[in-house]
Design a protein around this ligand. Structure first.
Ligand SMILES: *Cc1c(COP(=O)(O)O)cnc(C)c1O
Length: 220
């Protein structure tokens, strides 16, 4: 039996505890394909390129919540901030400041996640765990009034070693707890841990994910 996108979504919903949200990662998929997921009830979609997100957004229903999950260049910030509900991939203070600046100019606030580099691969973007102290002792950060820091995001190493993946997710969850208890105690908005992709989302759930980013699991 071949599985449709609707079948996949139904299976996933049965598998995951309520309260965990699914971002359907639709990069490289056509609007028609995305529409299939939409018709099956999916409302949150993730894209990793600014241009692609904007084009698809124009072609699809406007109750879709678009999340930006890819590396964001500072010169694209102005274009994306009003189009995406949440930016998962804030990987430097410079980028965060740029988002804040453009958001302030547009008189909006932008929901953001701090992306941490938890994998052992060198190519992935993000803050290092060692950066946390720098981040939280940065007075500048606390003065950014046009961004809402809603939590953290990370990608585990692409490997069959599931214990390694588990340790990486556990580290990210710890980073979240540390930031929460030390710096966002009085901020209920700081509540998201975006981790888990098609190959590792079950482990991510066990380690405290609140948002899964699933591409292949839904679209193939
Ligand atoms: C592509 C991508 C995903 C989804 O990956 P799958 O393995 O297809 O589920 C999740 N997060 C990010 C940042 C991605 O670029």
């Amino acid at each position: 039996m071949t599985m449709t996108i609707a079948d996949n979504l139904q299976e996933i919903i049965k598998e995951i505890p309520s309260g965990i949200r699914v971002v359907a990662v639709s990069k490289s998929h056509t609007p028609e394909t995305i529409r299939e997921a939409y018709d099956a009830g999916q409302r949150i979609f993730g894209e990793n390129r600014v241009q692609e997100l904007m084009i698809k957004q124009k072609l699809l229903p406007n109750d879709i919540e678009w999340h930006f999950i890819g590396h964001l260049q500072r010169n694209k910030v102005e274009q994306i901030i009003q189009k995406s509900e949440m930016i998962h991939s804030i990987d430097s203070l410079r980028l965060l400041k740029e988002v804040n600046k453009e958001a302030f100019r547009k008189n909006i606030t932008v929901d953001c996640l701090l992306q941490f580099h938890i994998a052992s691969e060198e190519t992935k973007f993000g803050f290092l765990l060692d950066d946390i102290l720098t981040i939280i002792s940065s007075e500048e950060l606390w003065e950014l009034s046009s961004v809402n820091i809603c939590g953290v995001m990370g990608m585990a190493t692409l490997t069959d070693d599931m214990e390694k993946v588990r340790r990486e997710f556990r580290n990210l969850r710890r980073v979240f707890e540390l930031l929460k208890s030390e710096y966002f105690r009085n901020n209920p908005r700081f509540s998201e841990v975006s981790m888990g992709m098609s190959g590792d989302y079950r482990i991510a759930i066990e380690e405290g994910s609140t948002m899964l980013r699933l591409g292949a699991r839904i679209f193939s």
